[in-house]
Design a protein around this ligand. Structure first.
Ligand SMILES: [Zn+2]
Length: 161
């Protein structure tokens, strides 16, 4: 698990643009406020959060890893209780229809992990119309890693982890 503070984190091996997927671990079930009004029950387990960056991806990821984070995105609320376990990115830095690619990756994840808690619908997808960019991945980390590798994502090392 990654607990290093942002200043210690080296993201130099990361691309500056493209898709990214955070694998986040929530050790125990939690009811968390998300946004201003919604309270959502999150089962314990691993979650995937799919995002995209047209630039400054490294700074974005450092922000996620920082404990001193203003809450802006839905993922920020989950990160109050959950820990970023790993970060995956697309292998190339192509920008063609990145928005579509982001929703397509989320859809592929839902296909591989079909047991989605209904309360997650719409999370992380304020600027698109797909069912959401939060995907509940269950508890089987080797299976999660296998699926992400099959989807041609690359696991990026953070400080050798
Ligand atoms: Zn979407």
């Amino acid at each position: 698990m990654i607990n290093a503070s942002a200043s210690e984190v080296s993201t130099s091996s990361f691309p500056q643009q493209g898709l990214y997927l955070l694998v986040v671990h929530l050790p125990t079930a939690a009811s968390l406020r998300v946004g201003k009004k919604r309270i959502i029950n999150f089962p314990a387990g691993y979650y995937g959060y799919v995002g995209r960056a047209k630039k400054n991806l490294r700074a974005r990821l450092k922000r996620y890893l920082s404990p001193y984070r203003q809450k802006h995105w839905h993922i920020d609320y989950l990160l109050d209780q959950a820990v970023i376990h790993n970060i995956w990115t697309s292998q190339d830095e192509k920008l063609i229809s990145l928005e579509k690619e982001e929703c397509r990756l989320a859809a592929a994840m839902r296909h591989h992990f079909p047991c989605q808690p209904p309360q997650l619908t719409g999370l992380g997808a304020s600027d698109c119309r797909c069912p959401g960019h939060f995907i509940f991945l269950g508890h089987n980390l080797p299976q999660i890693n296998l699926v992400l590798t099959q989807l041609q994502l690359m696991r990026r090392k953070i400080n050798g982890i």
